[in-house]
Write a protein that binds this ligand. Structure first.
Ligand code: FES
Length: 87
């Protein structure tokens, strides 16, 4: 499990192993637009201000993934204990 923090409000949410970031945030009224939910379309792309994403998508190039400044919250996770999202 890891946590995400909403940069604009400071709210933090735990993301358990069996749930996606977009699922957990939607359950708290924070709707990130989604479409494929499989890391293909890029609809859900969200900027990451702090932390290291664990990219599970097929959308970004390797160079983009290595930039550590955006991820696909429909399917990707975190390598660090916390991701701060630019929302
Ligand atoms: Fe398609 Fe996340 S919804 S990549």
């Amino acid at each position: 499990a890891f946590e995400v923090q909403i940069a604009s409000t400071g709210e933090r949410f735990a993301i358990p192993a069996q749930r996606t970031v977009t699922e957990v945030l939607a359950a708290h009224g924070i709707e990130i637009p989604i479409s494929c939910e499989q890391g293909i379309c890029g609809t859900c792309i969200t900027r990451v201000l702090e932390g290291v994403p664990d990219h599970r998508d097929m959308y970004f190039t390797e160079a983009e993934k290595a930039g550590n400044n955006q991820f696909t919250p429909c399917c990707s996770r975190a390598r660090s204990p916390l991701l701060v999202l630019d929302i």
